[in-house]
Design a protein around this ligand. Structure first.
Ligand code: ADP
Length: 399
């Protein structure tokens, strides 16, 4: 079965076409500037050339049509006709408390996703637009929603509740939801394979560290705690997000800067994190370079990040009363040996030791801990699209 995986943003749309026989990537690409003018980058994986040109995309429907046109074209295509595509899997950011697993999309599911819009006002509307555009262009081809939040629905109340009046939870759904669930689920499964043990018997801590970063405690294959919260701003300091801060800072800043809560929240989301502290960049590569050239604020931002990750990992070891494996993934987790080493330096008390030669490897599933390390430490490149495609196949085939 061939499956089209769609990750739809408000003005962009990322896609991959996978052949589930052998889980092979057939093509991938990106539509940008949808609703503005439109640009398509399409990369077939069969040796045909890349298409990289402006294409008019007044709405997401034209974007999907352009993608299908390229996927089936003689010059850039990877399939003969649209009928070869058996199903579409969509990344959907927020499933609230309604979805603890992926689900086939019908009208009831679509309206439940709409009901979650207040929880993810920027993301869910775009995801719905992508689903509707596929329906318009592809008709009755089965569509499946895979939620960023679903994996974390297994968290117990003690982990997902905030200590605020209970009716804010019951009436307004204020609680920890967590994000990056698809990634945490993927790397946990892969870690169990690498460790040669059933996932059900393992205590794992997954560190997804990219532009957005979150950590997840996974006990027996189930998320029991995670660092992002009601929104993705919570937890670690990130590229541009502040992570956990004292909430009273908001009122204090409002009183002393003349900015309102909306403006300040925007600053906490887009101008904070390692960018805010360093004043240089949100990209860890730039910070590494600046720190090496003696920039103290860049060095401080990097130290703060490693320290926050190490503290969270320590908390999750306590939450699970132990840990068998720690996983690093996403842009920073997969690529930055210095950040991994900086974090693991704090974890010696767990009997963790890192092999610098192994830690220098890149882009492949690998152990970076030494053979005598009491806890195994792994780097596992994440693959959210593959999880979406697998879930889509399983649901459509009724597995
Ligand atoms: P997203 O969260 O947008 O999916 P990624 O997981 O792709 O992001 O992570 C992007 C981030 O990864 C970049 O901003 C950068 O900080 C970091 N990164 C990528 N390559 C490296 C590298 N070689 N060294 C350090 N950091 C890196």
């Amino acid at each position: 079965m061939k499956i089209l995986v769609i990750n739809c943003g408000s003005s962009s749309l990322k896609y991959q076409l996978l052949d589930m026989e052998g889980e092979k990537l057939l093509a991938k690409g990106l539509c940008e500037r949808i609703g503005i003018d439109g640009h398509l980058t399409h990369k077939p994986q069969n040796g045909k050339p890349t298409f990289n040109e402006d294409v008019a995309m007044p709405t997401h429907t034209e974007a999907i049509a352009a993608v299908l046109d390229k996927l089936t074209s003689a010059q850039y295509g990877v399939v003969d006709s649209m009928s070869e595509i058996g199903a579409v899997g969509h990344r959907v950011v927020h499933g609230g408390e309604k979805f603890a697993a992926s689900v086939r999309i019908d009208d009831a599911v679509l309206s439940a996703i709409s009901e979650c819009i207040p929880l993810a006002p920027l993301h869910n509307p775009a995801n719905i637009t992508g689903i509707e555009a596929c329906k318009a262009v592809m008709g009755d081809v089965p569509q499946v929603a895979v939620f960023d939040t679903a994996f974390h629905q297994s968290m117990p109340g003690k982990a997902f509740m905030y200590a605020i009046p209970y009716e804010y939870y019951t009436d307004l759904k204020v609680r920890r939801y967590g994000f990056h669930g698809t990634s945490h689920r993927y790397v946990a499964k892969r870690a169990a394979e690498m460790l040669g043990k059933p996932l059900e018997e393992l205590k794992l801590i997954s560190c997804h560290m990219g532009n957005g970063s979150s950590i997840c405690a996974i006990d027996g294959g189930r998320s029991v705690d995670t660092s992002m919260g009601f929104t993705p701003i919570a937890g670690l300091p990130m590229g541009t997000r502040c992570g956990d801060i004292d909430v009273s800072i908001l009122e204090y800043l409002a009183a002393n800067t003349g900015k309102d809560v909306k403006e300040l929240t925007n600053i906490l989301n887009k101008k904070s994190g390692v960018l805010g502290v360093s004043g240089i960049s949100s990209d860890f590569r730039d910070l590494d370079n600046a720190a090496q050239e003696g920039n103290d604020r860049a060095a401080l931002a990097l130290e703060m990040f490693c320290y926050a990750v190490a503290k969270t990992v320590g908390g999750y070891v306590a939450a699970m009363n132990g840990v068998d494996g720690i996983i690093f993934t996403a842009g920073i987790g997969e690529n930055s040996a210095d950040t991994r080493a900086g974090i693991c330096e704090y974890l010696g008390y767990l009997g963790i030791s890192i092999c610098s030669e192994r830690n220098a490897k890149r882009g492949e599933d690998t152990f970076i801990s030494t053979d005598d390390s009491r806890v195994r430490v792994m780097v596992i490149p994440t693959n959210e699209e593959l999880v979406i495609a697998r879930d889509t196949r399983d649901i459509v085939l009724g597995k």
